[in-house]
Structures are given as C-alpha cells and as structure tokens.
Design a protein around this ligand. Structure first.
Ligand code: AN7
Length: 366
C-alpha cells in the first residue's frame, strides 16, 4: 500500500511535479486540498438528459476556503526567499489563509480589510491566527491598491493573487477533479471576484490537457454578484455592493486573465442577484446537506438561473448543453464562515417545549 508520509501531504506534496518548487523549498502546509467532489443527484436531475453534476466542496480546506491551496505555495516560496513578513488585502478568506500559513512559517502577517465588510468568522480567523489586522476606510479595491504600494518595499511579500505562486497552488483543484473523474468535466462553474480562481482553474485544466491527462478542456462559466460585476459589465464598479462580501470587488486583479479563460474555453460570464445567491445557499444546504457561504452559492445560483432559461441569462455553454455532459461546480468557502447573513435574511426560530419527554413529543406533533 502506498502511504504518503504524514509530514508531506497537501497540494505541494501531491502535485510537486507540476509546481515551481524544488527539493529545497521549505514546504509550509496544513494538508490542504484533496477536498471532496460530491455528486449531486438533485442538481443532476434538474439538468436532466443524463447529465451529472458534482460539487467541489472547497470549504473543507484547513481554513475553510480554497485560498489555502494558493497560500501553501505563496508562503512556501516566501519562506524560500527568506521573507519575514507577508501582506495582503482581503474580503476575508485570503486573510484567514495568509494568517494561518504565515504563522506556521513563523512570519509576521499584515492584513488590510475593508472596515465593516468582513464576516465575523473571517475576522475572528485573522485575529486568532495572530495577524496584524488593519481595517481601512475603503473597499477591497482600495485595500489592494495600498498593498501594491506597501508590498513594493523589501520587507513584505504580497500574498494576494497578483503573486503568481497563488495561482500555481490554486490550479491543483483542476488536477484533483480530473484525477477523480478520469477526465475534465464539460463545464466548470464558479464564482468570480478578484478572478484569480477562474484563472487558476483554467491554467490547471490547460496544463493537464497538454500532458494528455485529460481528453478535453471544460467551458468555464463564471458568475459575479449583480452589484459587483465589473467583468460582466466591462467596466470598473466603483462602489461594489453585494450580500456575498467575499466577492464584493469592483476592479479584479486578474481581469484580463479571466477574460482570456472565458474566451479560450468558449465559456461565459454572467451575474446572479443577491436574492438568487441566498436562495441557492438555502437550497444547497436544505437539499444536499452542503452549507456554503453566500459567495460560493453564486455557482449554484448561476446553474439554476441558466436552467430556468431566464431571458436575461447570457448565451454560453449552459444553454443547449449536450446530453450526458459532466458539470463541476466549485463552492469556494464553508457556510460557517458567515452565519450572520443567513440568520439575518431568514428567521430560524426553534420550537420550544418544557424539559420533559412528553412536552417535546407534543411540540413535535407525535
Ligand atoms: C468564498 O479573500 O478575494 O475570483 O480577499 O472568498 O479568485 O477572487 C475572496 C474571494 C469566491 C472569488 N468565493 O475568488 C479574498 C477574496 C469565496 C471567496 C471568491 C472569493 P476570486
């Protein structure tokens, strides 16, 4: 039986041959990656015609989002370069991952966050992992501009996805999907914010295809929140707004790369409203037992929108799908990252009963 050594797991260990690391790169890992690819019988039935839908549940990474894949690479390379401090701007998940991995590497971590627009769970992560948190009076795009300036100083390594090692780490999710399915899916659906992830997935799919590890490359179907959809509208959104705070981004760093991925894959970019996002979040939890944060639900909302064939859905791979297509939806972050949003938008009142068996059964109607 092959057993990977306990001290050498995670995406760098698993995909070392495909990543820019050497035998002397100090690997900083929390055993990220190898996340479940969960078949969704209900979404498959909704799509119909023999199509199969799978959910790539990235919320099961060590800090609760896909960002850990890129962060193991960015921090390992920063350690290799002898950096003592890292800095990032974040809507919350990048900062959680940066804080955890930097701590593990013995580095200082500075995070710039848009004040008041980070979910409590993510803010707690930045603090408990021991980073220096600076809340700025501005949005994510303002924070990223500051990081670009401050990060130009020698002391800091920038670990936003403008750091190419982040993209390298994140592309491993595409490898995992192909390794598990035996081929690339026909369509890959994911939420788009700063656009690093769509860039990374496409890079992974192209690389595996070039190595003949797959027979095809998927169409990439990205979804932005309607109030924060610069790529969809083709212009910077100066005051982005959405309940999905993770993707509340008006000027994505990987804009050009995302457009190239959509173009080269014959894919699409579309929008979903906050209402559609919250509905999809609730539907996925209550029907498939998968609780994701609002931004992550954008992929499910996008598929449902396309299936309902709403007039305002954009033309693309989700229209006229071939029978027996395979679809993969990435859900990027865990639902427990942000419990305030679902609790605020729906009332979940418990039934009440006296503390006796009889009273509980009566309340339940038995
Ligand atoms: C759950 O953490 O940008 O398109 O600073 O947290 O690669 O930006 C988060 C983005 C989707 C969008 N889902 O991915 C940050 C940050 C979740 C996210 C995205 C994010 P990109």
């Amino acid at each position: 039986m092959f057993r990977q050594p306990l001290h050498d797991r995670g995406v760098i260990a698993r995909y070392r041959a495909h990543l820019p690391v050497s035998a002397t790169t100090p690997v900083v890992s929390l055993n990220e990656g190898s996340t479940p690819l969960i078949h969704s019988s209900r979404l498959s039935a909704k799509v119909g015609r023999g199509c199969e839908v799978y959910i790539k549940y990235e919320g099961l990474n060590p800090t609760g989002s896909f960002k850990d894949r890129g962060m193991t690479m960015a921090i390992s390379k920063a350690a290799e370069a002898g950096k003592k401090a890292v800095i990032c701007a974040s809507t919350g998940n990048t900062s959680a991952a940066a804080a955890a991995y930097a701590t593990r590497a013995g580095m200082e971590c500075v995070v710039l966050l848009p004040a008041g627009k980070i979910s409590a769970g993510k803010l707690a992560q930045a603090f408990v992992y021991g980073s220096k948190v600076v809340a700025i009076d501005g949005n994510f795009d303002d924070a990223l501009n500051l990081v670009r300036e401050i990060g130009a100083r020698d002391e800091f390594e920038v670990v936003n996805s403008i750091n190419p090692f982040r993209i390298e780490g994140q592309k491993t999710a595409a490898f995992e999907i192909i390794d598990e399915l035996g081929d690339a899916p026909d369509i890959h659906i994911l939420p788009v914010g700063n656009a690093g992830n769509i860039t990374a997935y496409w890079k992974g799919y192209v690389e595996y295809h070039n190595l003949a590890c797959s027979t095809k490359r998927p169409h990439m179907a990205g979804f932005q929140a309607a109030g924060s959809a610069p790529i969809f509208y083709g212009r910077v959104v100066t005051a982005p707004d959405t309940v999905a705070t993770a993707i509340r981004i008006g000027n994505p760093a990987s804009w050009d790369q995302a457009k190239a991925a959509i173009h080269d894959s014959a894919g699409s970019i579309d929008i979903v409203t906050d209402h559609e996002i919250l509905e999809a979040q609730a539907w996925l939890a209550a029907n498939e037992g998968i609780f994701v944060e609002p931004a992550s639900a954008a992929s499910v909302a996008g598929l449902l929108k396309a299936l309902e064939n709403r007039e305002n859905a954009v033309p693309g791979p989700l229209q006229n799908m071939a029978p027996e297509s395979t679809l993969v939806l990435t859900v990027t972050g865990h639902g427990l990252k942000d419990i305030d949003t679902p609790l605020k938008h729906r009332s979940f009142a418990p039934l009440t009963a006296a503390a006796t068996t009889e009273a509980v059964l009566r309340t339940l109607g038995y």
